[in-house]
Design a protein around this ligand. Structure first.
Ligand code: ADP
Length: 437
């Protein structure tokens, strides 16, 4: 009985051993044929095992890496990151190690490896990390190329916008100047019809200038070329000043303006040109998209201890929830009954919000179709630390097309009676504006 039991056990053991051998062979072949390199390293990054794949992927013959520190092959700049990941894996055995690093190929070139690892005890009983690494150099290169190409495209596009805008803007100054001179009567008495035609040319020149200024701002924002010039700003004064400049339009549309500026509104540190531009954009929109005789309410108050808010509410055409969603998309103009009369580029709000963001502030809107809209522009009282160090290098005009400087393009006649045009408000002009001969 004993002999037969031994025989049975031996047969069973043989089968088990055979199963084990087959299973080991199976896993070995999986490891050896996998495109991943499998290594086991100890706490010091000493390689206890390396899979033969290393020869195919990294050019090292079997055994060349074993008993060496893995860090000998890792790019010096990536060693701290690699060791930190390794330490973490030993400290938290359940955690999956995940790290990217450069590894020297046997031919000396650097390859980028993406590695995942898990704590395991080595056969010897020594604690180790099984690292599964994959060569992702080509993928990395493709990603970098894509990013570089996208950046180059953006740069080329910004440069194109900027060049075209400059070129379009330059002749506008003398056109506007000549029209002003004619309107002043320098070319002789004008009939009512001539005056009307000239006024139309002038209005359209202003619109074109406004579009070009928007395009220039978009180009600068995209190229990250806008930096803020900080000064102390009294928002109450700024609001009243800008509203005064728009008084003619307010009167024309017989609008009622309600101002509610808290008396102890703190001064803010901000770029006055840009803040004016944001306010004028929001206020002009309220004017444009409200029927004659409507009401615009401007509130300025402290949102919290660090933020001030300017809120502009109108009783205008309003927007549907779908329109509101697309509001800050470049060139988006919602369909509404005042759209054609209002005119515009659909760039104003995109630009305004980018400027608000540059300040660390924001613009948000609520609206109800047929009832009206409220735009709230928040601004930090003190600039965020990132903004404080910015240098003054921006030369753009930044004023709204309706503001004073645009309305006084010509500065008069010279000794020969030739109109002289002041291009001081046109610092982006690539060539000085000259009257047409
Ligand atoms: P623009 O006024 O030049 O078209 P904006 O970027 O300033 O461009 O505004 C984008 C669009 O948002 C406008 O075309 C208009 O449809 C909508 N909008 C902006 N402000 C208001 C407002 N106060 N009331 C209703 N619609 C508005």
């Amino acid at each position: 009985m004993l002999a037969s039991a031994f025989n049975q056990m031996t047969t069973r053991l043989k089968t088990l051993y055979e199963d084990l051998r087959r299973s080991e062979e199976h896993f070995r072949s999986l490891i050896e044929n996998s495109s991943d390199i499998i290594t086991i390293v100890n706490r010091d990054s000493l390689v206890l095992y390396e899979s033969p794949t290393i020869e195919r992927v990294l050019g090292y013959p079997a055994g060349r890496v074993r008993d060496h520190l893995l860090t000998e092959f890792v790019h010096p700049e990536d060693i701290p990151r690699f060791l930190q990941a390794l330490d973490q894996s030993f400290a938290e055995p359940l955690r999956m190690l995940s790290v990217e690093f450069r590894f020297r190929h046997a031919n000396g070139a650097w390859r980028v490896l993406e590695a995942r690892g898990q704590y395991r005890q080595h056969m010897s009983g020594e604690p180790g990390i099984v690292i599964n690494a994959r060569d992702i150099t080509l993928r990395k290169q493709a990603e970098e190329d894509r990013v570089r190409l996208r950046e180059e495209n953006m740069k080329a596009r910004s440069e194109f916008i900027s060049t075209v805008s400059h070129e379009l803007r330059t002749p506008l100054t003398p056109i506007r100047g000549y029209v002003d001179v004619l309107l002043m009567g320098a070319g002789g008495r004008l009939t009512d019809q001539q005056r009307e035609f000239l006024q139309t040319i002038r209005d359209n020149t202003l619109r074109m200038r406004s579009l070009i200024d928007d395009l220039l701002d978009v180009g600068r924002l995209e190229a990250g070329k806008i930096t803020l010039t900080y000064n102390t700003l009294y928002l109450g004064d700024l609001i009243q000043h800008e509203i005064r400049l728009l008084q003619a339009e307010i009167d024309r549309k017989e609008m009622q303006i309600n101002l509610d500026i808290v008396h102890d509104l703190p001064a803010v540190q901000a770029d006055s040109k840009r803040v004016s531009q944001i306010f004028v954009n929001l206020f002009s929109n309220a004017l444009k998209y409200t029927y004659n005789g409507g009401i615009i309410r401007v509130r300025a108050y402290c949102d919290d201890a660090e933020t001030v808010a300017i809120e502009i509410t109108d009783t205008g055409v309003g927007m549907s929830p779908e329109q509101l969603e697309k509001l800050f998309t470049p060139f988006y103009r919602a369909d509404n009954p005042l759209r054609t009369e209002a005119g515009g580029t659909g760039l104003g709000l995109t630009i305004a919000r980018s400027f608000a963001h540059l300040h660390g502030g924001d613009i948000v809107a609520t609206s109800e179709q047929g009832v009206g809209s409220t735009f709230t522009f928040t601004l930090p009282i003190k600039p965020a630390p990132r903004q404080q160090v910015q240098v003054v290098d921006y030369h753009g005009n930044g004023h709204h097309p309706d503001s004073e400087d645009l309305l006084s393009a010509s500065t008069g006649l010279d000794a020969d009676g030739t109109p002289v045009f002041d291009t001081a408000d046109d610092p982006d002009a690539t060539t000085p504006a000259k009257p047409i001969e």
